[in-house]
Design a binder for this molecule. Structure first.
Ligand SMILES: Cc1ncc(C[n+]2csc(CCOP(=O)(O)OP(=O)(O)O)c2C)c(N)n1
Ligand SMILES: [Mg+2]
Length: 215
C-alpha cells in the first residue's frame, strides 16, 4: 500500500508502475490524496477528468472514491482494497477527496489558495469529524478524550526532547546506509549476460537476425 498526491499521480512513473502492477496482478493499493492542489497548481489546471478514480479504467483495475475527511469511509475502502490484494485479485486505486490545509511544505505559505476555500474545508476537518463521531456514539467520553490528547502531547514532547538532546550526526554519516553499511551483504545482479537461445523454426526471420546479433 502506498500513497500519492493528485500532482504525483500525473507523472509517467505512476502510470507505468500501476500498469505494471495491474498486468502482474500485484497486491498493490494505491491511495490517491486528491487535495485540490499540486503544490500551487489547482486541480483543474492539472487534469481534465472529473474524478481521478476514472483513471483506473485505463489500467483495467477497480477504483473507489471516498470522502477523505471521513475516517470511517477511508478505513472501509482501505480494508476492502487490502482484502482484495490479499486474495490475489490485484491492485485497487482509492481516490480520497480532501483539501490540503497548509502549503506543500514548510517553505510554502499557500497564499495562492482563496481564503473561503480554507473556511469551507476547516468545517470538515477529519480529526474533528472523527472526534465528534466517537463522542456522539458514546464510544469515547469527554474525559477519556482529554486524557488521550494529553497522553499524545506528552509523548510528542518526550520525543521532541529526545531529538533536540541527541548529538548531531557527523557529515560523513550522510553517505552511510540506513539499515546496514555498504558491503555487509552481497547483492547479486539479478540479470546476467543474455543466454543465446537455440534456433528453432518458431522464430521469424527477423527474430533469427536478432539471435545472430546477440551472439
Ligand atoms: C518527478 C518530479 N517532478 C516534479 C517535481 C516538482 N514538484 C514538487 S511538488 C510538486 C507537486 C506535488 O503535488 P501533489 O502530489 O498534489 O502534492 P501536494 O502539493 O498536494 O502536497 C511538483 C510538481 C518533483 N518533485 N518531482
Ligand atoms: Mg495535492
Amino acid at each position: 500500500m502506498t500513497y500519492i498526491g493528485d500532482g504525483g499521480q500525473s507523472t509517467g512513473v505512476t502510470y507505468e508502475g500501476l500498469n505494471f502492477a495491474a498486468v502482474q496482478n500485484l497486491g498493490l493499493v494505491l491511495f490517491v490524496e486528491n487535495n485540490l492542489w499540486g503544490y500551487s497548481t489547482p486541480a483543474d489546471m492539472q487534469f481534465r477528468v472529473k474524478d481521478l478514480a476514472e483513471r483506473a479504467i485505463a489500467y483495467g483495475i477497480p477504483s473507489v472514491i471516498v470522502d477523505g475527511t471521513d475516517a470511517c469511509q477511508v478505513y472501509d475502502a482501505t480494508q476492502d482494497a487490502c482484502e482484495r490484494a490479499r486474495r490475489g485479485e490485484g491492485p485497487t486505486l482509492i481516490e480520497a477527496k480532501m483539501m490540503r490545509m497548509k502549503g506543500h511544505a514548510i517553505h510554502d505559505a499557500a497564499e495562492y489558495v482563496p481564503k473561503p476555500l480554507f473556511e469551507y474545508w476547516r468545517k470538515r476537518d477529519p480529526i474533528a469529524r472523527f472526534e465528534n463521531y466517537l463522542l456522539n456514539k458514546k464510544w469515547l467520553t469527554t474525559a477519556e478524550n482529554r486524557q488521550l490528547i494529553a497522553d499524545v502531547d506528552q509523548q510528542l514532547e518526550a520525543d521532541r526532547e529526545f531529538a533536540v538532546n541527541s548529538p548531531m550526526p557527523t557529515p560523513d554519516s550522510a553517505a552511510g546506509g540506513t539499515y546496514c553499511e555498504e558491503g555487509c551483504h552481497e547483492i547479486r545482479p539479478k540479470y546476467g549476460t543474455p543466454k543465446v537461445r537455440a534456433r528453432s523454426s518458431r522464430f521469424t526471420p527477423a527474430q533469427k537476425d536478432t539471435e545472430v546479433h546477440l551472439k
